[in-house]
Design a protein. Sequence first.
Length: 430
Amino acid sequence: MSVPPGVVRGRSRIIRTRRIVAGVVFALLVSAVPFQSAAAAPAAISEIELLTRAYLKTFPQLTRAQAEEAAAGQGKRILLRERLSAERPAGFGGSSYEPLTNTERVAVTDAETDRRVVELGSQFGVKVMTRRVKFSYRALEGVANSLNKKGVRGLGHGFRYAGVDVSSNRVVVAVEPGAMAQTKAATASLPQVRLVPPAASDAVPEVCTDRYHCGNPARSGINIWHHSDRAWCSLGFTARTSTPPVSRWIITAGHCAEGEGGGRGVQWGHGGQPFGPLQSFFNVGNVDVARIRVDSSYWVTGGYMYTETNPNTTVDVDLAIQYRASIAVGDGVCLNARRGAVCGVVTNTVDSRGMVRVDADGCPGDSGGGWYWPGGSGRWAFGIHHGGTTSCPADGAPAGGTSLFSTLPDINAYWDGEDAIGAGLRVETR
């Protein structure tokens, strides 16, 4: 399908396999069989049902019919945001979703954008309500990106991150309390800025030891390994360069490459088949991402996702969000990662380190997995999993944890400024 116009570092949960005395050997590199799962999966629940349950958990006052309506309608809301970001960059101030009234609350800076919101709402069948604000999302995003680029060198060691807060129509700049005065002076000429203390971090990287054997094609949600350390993470999405020579890449979390045995040039793979060497990783601020070049001729295609309903088949990644403003508080999103699918509701679009927070927790091994929305208009790729709280639903932990992820627009902006290969690198869709 074509696209319509328009971290928190915590205690490491990397678990690595080592040689065990008494002759115990872990057979890590078992030959992969195409389209085959290592173990029979339990009866799968549909993605929309998982989203419906997520809305009911976050908003217990909703009826089931309201939760189903919220889950099913998100594709139209994403299309609305993408169009406004493309057509009215100076007038669109971002939006949020209110499930209780099924209303998209849209911030606008001028009457023309207000009119366009009403038109697009009618066109897409989205109930909208507008409010007038001073700054557009694009203008705020430019300020936030500039401050993040300056970082501690330009703003002092108390600076942590900057991001757009749609509700206040400001750029929130997280600063350690002892450095407030210094950062206030450095940002005095920016009326868009509001200084806040850093959000408390309860998310930890989620890496561990287990595997599936799926074979070609590479797909979101499978586990991946690296030779030198026997560490495991999840495949987020595949990506391709947009200009010749075209190359394909495996995308995961940057912190998966950190620590002993990690780093550039280390070989990664899945099952018994290598992908190629890790070429780049980054884990600072709102971006936690790594890219692994696919050199092996075994992995000939991409743009797919692992599906619990039938592991011997795949589903497509149909679309990838282009704009940061396309993610809003109240959105339902799902994580496709090594320990299975989990869905939740976005509660903050600029939380710890400037990442997006979701009220659902992943598990060890889920680091690098792909966050997405599985709606009727196709599966939209949203971002790469950074980590979650220490609970793990797959291990029987009670519900109540949260997760953080890096958004694709933030990752794209980092890639575009990284090097010649990164410029134009984008998540692969079908």
